[in-house]
Structures are given as C-alpha cells and as structure tokens.
Design a protein. Structure first.
Length: 347
C-alpha cells in the first residue's frame, strides 16, 4: 500500500505524519505534533517566533514520525505539505522543506489546503464520516459552514464576517484572566456558571431568517466579544462573575453554531455532519450539535482533540485524495497566507 508523509506548519504546531492506503481505505501509521508553548507567555501567536521554532523542529519531527511508522524516507511514495492558509513565515518552512524532500527523493509533491485537511480529519477515526455531509470548520482563524456532496466539492454556505469562533474564545479568555489558548479554560470555567446570570444575544440568529437571506448561514462574533467586554467592565467582582460570564458567552456561541449547522443539514437533506478545527475539541459544542440533530436521524462526527488541532495526519489524508486526482505541486510552489478552498462550487 502507498505511504505518504504529511507535513503541517501553518501556525504554532510542527507536525508530521505517515499514512498508508488509498481511497477511503487509509490507516494512520504515525503522528507527531510539537506545540510551541512559548506563545502562552505573550497570550497569542508571535509569528516570528513560530517560524524560527519550525526551522529547528521540522527535521527531528519528521524523523520521529518516520521512526514511529517503522519506515524510511526511501519507503515514501509522496510528500504532502500545507501551503495555505496560515502564517506566511511558518508555512514557508514546511513548504520549503517539503519541496526539498520531494525533489531529493524523486517523489511527488502534494500541496494541501489547511482547511481541506480539517474536512478529512474525522474520516481518519470514523469510517462513516464520508460525503455527502454538512461540515462546520471552527478554529482560531476560520469559521466555515460547508455542504460537501463529495470529496473535493465544497459548497460554501456561510463564513464569519469578522472574528472566527476560536479567536472569540481566546479573546474572552484573556478578558477573564484565563490562559492562552482560551478554548478549554473557557469551557471548564463555564461549567461552574449559572446560564441565567448573563444572557448574551445570539449573533446573526434571527428566528425569522429564511434560506436565501444573506445572514441565514453567516456568522459574526465581534459584537459578542464587545458584549463580554462590557460585562467584564461593569462587574464589581469579576472573580465571582467570571464563571457566569463564561457560561453566557459559551451558550451564545454554541447555540449559534449548532443552529446554523441544523439549518444547513436540513436544507440539503444531509444525514451526516462533520465538525472540524480546534473548536471541535469543545465537548459542549459536540454535545449540543448532537442533541439538536440526532433526533432527526442525523449523525454528528467530531475528531478526537489530537486530530481536531492542527496536525499532519489530516494533511496526509487530504494529500492522498489530491495525489489520486493528480493535483501535484512543482518546485515553484509557494506559500499563501490566504487562499480559497479548492473545489468550491456555487452555493
């Protein structure tokens, strides 16, 4: 069976993975993820530090992934690498290394869009997480709602008009004095909160909304962040109010996400929903989406935290698909901070 090496360096994780197989019959042989904890000091990603850390880490991370998979470079049949979107300096490290590796081995180079990787992530753990399905991709930089009739065909239904869901979690965590990244700390704090104490509006969630309205599938979280900021400023005892503010914020964002997914799955008649991206680690989001959709006979799939975060296994999995389609990269492959998802079809 073919072996493919995946390389991911779009943000602050240096990751490598080896997958074996073809089509939807794929097995994960190894996955190494090295996270850069230095960014916690600054409360966010420092791009220059991220790039430098990738330079020193990419070779040992790839070597460890090969060792774990019990193979060598000469055993590989292709090299897949994230080329967009992300931090341009961080991406360039992976792209340059991937190009050199593929050229030196005489093997195909496969460029992979980071968000397409997230679409494939659940399929690595759930054999039934196959198209057609509705996909919600929620991370620190993106919030995308897609209808996916087949691999490689993506109908973009809605996206955030300002801040991504993951960014909102990080900013609210900072307001509440919680560590970075903020997703898990906010979720843990929210468990202690009273949902009736702070009820924030549900952004772009008009109950009278209909298919065809420009906000029916769209997202916007900047106003919610401002509402939380105002609540923090007005609090006379933030230590006591923080759990309730966190609960109010999380309830708002999760209800919004779950409702938009529900609308999309119902409109296109999908019986499967895929969650992807770092925010898919939020167990409350997964539970709320399942509670809303499973009574209708819709199955909801979410990757484990290790495959929800930025990782090379999902890049290798999408790389297998692109390799089989013949979508190969040349030595002039560049990195891009922003790039449309390949295979977009008219909504």
């Amino acid at each position: 069976m073919p072996l493919i090496l995946g390389i991911e360096s779009s943000c602050d994780e240096t990751s490598a993975s080896v997958l074996e197989g073809s089509g939807d019959n794929v097995s994960q042989k190894s996955l190494v993820i090295l996270s850069q904890d230095v960014h916690r000091i600054f409360g966010g990603i420092v791009p220059e530090l991220a790039s430098r850390a990738h330079v020193t880490s990419v070779v040992p991370v790839v070597n460890r992934a090969l060792d774990d998979a019990g193979c060598t470079l000469s055993d590989l049949d292709a090299v897949a690498v994230t080329y967009a979107p992300g931090l341009i300096g961080a991406l360039l490290v992976g792209v340059c290394y991937g190009k050199a590796l593929a050229f030196g081995l005489g093997k195909p180079l496969v460029p992979v869009h980071h968000m397409e990787g997230h679409i494939f992530a659940s399929a690595l753990e759930h054999p039934d997480a196959l198209p057609p399905f509705t996909a919600l991709l929620v991370s620190g930089g993106h919030t995308l709602l897609l209808d996916v009739p087949e691999w490689g065909s993506y109908r973009l239904l809605g996206a955030t008009r300002d801040d991504a869901a993951g960014e909102a979690f990080d900013k609210v965590a900072k307001l509440l004095g919680l560590p970075y990244p903020g997703g898990r700390p906010v979720e843990e704090l929210a468990r202690q909160g009273d949902p009736s104490r702070f009820r924030f509006s549900r952004p772009m969630l008009r109950r009278t909304s209909e298919a065809g309205d420009d906000d029916h599938f769209a997202f916007s979280f900047s106003g919610l962040k401002t509402a939380v900021l105002n609540a923090v400023k007005a609090s006379e005892d933030l230590a006591a109010d923080a759990p309730h503010i966190a609960r109010g914020f999380q309830d708002s964002i999760i209800e919004t996400l779950a409702e938009k997914v529900f609308r999309a799955a119902r409109q296109f008649g999908r019986e499967r929903v895929i969650l992807g991206g770092g925010v898919a680690c939020n167990r409350t989001l997964v539970a709320a989406t399942r509670a809303k959709l499973e009574p209708l006979g819709v199955s909801v799939f979410a990757p484990s935290p290790r495959l929800a975060t930025d990782n090379a296994a999902m890049i290798a999995r999408a790389g297998i698909f692109r390799l089989e389609k013949g979508d190969l990269g040349e030595l002039d492959l560049n990195a891009f901070a922003s790039r449309p998802l390949p295979g977009l079809i008219a909504a």
